[in-house]
Design a binder for this molecule. Sequence first.
Ligand SMILES: [Ca+2]
Ligand SMILES: [Ca+2]
Ligand SMILES: [Ca+2]
Length: 584
Amino acid sequence: MDLASSDGVQVSRTDFAPDGMRASLIGLTFLSPKPRTVQLSMDAHSELMSSYPWGGTKPTNQLDFNLPDMGFYADGRLVFREQGTPAAANAAPHDWAAVVSSSLTPTGHRLGANFRGPQDPAVICPASGTTPPRCDDTAYGKGNGGELNYRLQLPSGSRTVWFAVSGSDNGLAEALAMQRSALNDPAGLLADKTARRKTVDQNTHATLPGDPQLASSVAWSKQNLADSRQEARNLQLRVTNAGTAYPAPIGTLGVARWTGAGWPDYPWIFGTDGEYTAFASVAAGQFDAIKNHLQTLRAVSDVVNSRSGKVVHEVVPDGSVYYGANSDPGNTDETVKFPSAVALVWRWTGDNRFRDDMYDFTVRNLKYAFANLDADHDGWLEGPGNVERQGMGQEKLDNTVYAIRGLLDLADMAASKNDPATRHWATTKAQGLQTRFETAWWYGNGTSSYADSLCDPNNVQLFQKYWIGLTPVEAELPAHGGIAAGPLAALDHATSTVAAHESSVFTGTNGLFHNGTGLVLRDLRSRRCAADRRSDHLHLGHLDRRGCRSGGRSHRVDPARPVHQRPGAGAAQPRRVGGAGRNA
Ligand SMILES: [Ca+2]
Ligand SMILES: [Ca+2]
Ligand SMILES: [Ca+2]
């Protein structure tokens, strides 16, 4: 990044995080036409806090849980610490530290909460309510700040100065050791990182002569995928039931490695996101990353769900399981997709050891789903899927499609492992569902679409124009029973529904909509869900709500709110600024 020049001195800045270190490095390169001495000041503001709880989760939230940071100066460095035990049941004592310094010796320093660079004084916004136009911090902030001053000799030509921010959740000594490691050879660490990322780039080549912008996006996506690899240690696994409880941990996990779901809000461990990311991971040759992700999901799931086979939905790096325990609904799709993700990695890598390691869990995934998520015994699994919206029928299209694919992928692995019993069970079940699929799910009625869900009793089709209407076309089934590999959808339905989804009802400049636009009133009148006869007036605002209420299953999470959307999400969320590894 090139910064504005000042008095003839040009400055460029390089930021990176060295692999395997709990530190980041910031390099400033000065280019001066003549030798001179310049004054350099560096501001830092801390925010040492745990990654859980969040703004609105119970029994306490980060307004209380986040303890004030101490800030002090020692040996040329700014040091920030949070030590203590939050006043909440089952909160653990902790000792977190962050250190900021450079390889230069400072000529002075100042301490105080208001060192934030050009944002002094900061605009502190309330913890909840409307988001003001500018927020430098919120009421959750309990950070501290400081400034380091340097006198810098510049030669005629260039000079690079490195700053490091390091941290630890194991006290100051580890944060200091990390600081020394990072500043020992920053240029060498940058060269190492660059070399590794070039290898990531060279794994694969996408040539798209007609669309260089798309080709470029593929190249950068490979780097983004590599950026998304995360690791946490000493996870305390506790079931929070969507933020309604904070019990003592029921187990620990020594190390978790995963691919984050998305920045800035969802850097942690997700079931369904990881299973989709698997396709990009294998295509980019980033095999270890996705193996680690799937192994982490299994490890957490087997502890918190007592080996039931259910896959957790969302796990914070401290080990808090937000959703997807046996005691909450979870999402059906991530449990039924898991065998497919394992089979995908196995086919791309040929790694039989990985298959063997994961196989038992994939069998349990589908046994759990069909034993626990089909209350009316019609084979269509119930429970939330990808859309996470109120008003859908109990049985979702995406869960159905992915369950059939999961069964066939499991059957494929069972065949390769010479497990005829599992192969027979999975194949028979899949083929039974396949035979009935088009009749049960094709909605038609001039929409050229599949139903998004079925409302019980009687499997009444609901068509609400969600993107999942394309899953019968998107999901590829492995070859089975003399049928070549291909999508679940019948060819005529596949062709017509893709054409329908390319219309402006479903697709705009930026791609496929989450849910399509407009109403098909004739359909709404003729295809009302029997469980929701109360609402007679139909308009756009009711489209999502007209479906049936949840059936026999209790949904503790407000079904109107996507599970991905944390309570109180927005500017009022605790912010993480700078700081210490997974806890900051
Ligand atoms: Ca703090
Ligand atoms: Ca069912
Ligand atoms: Ca049903």
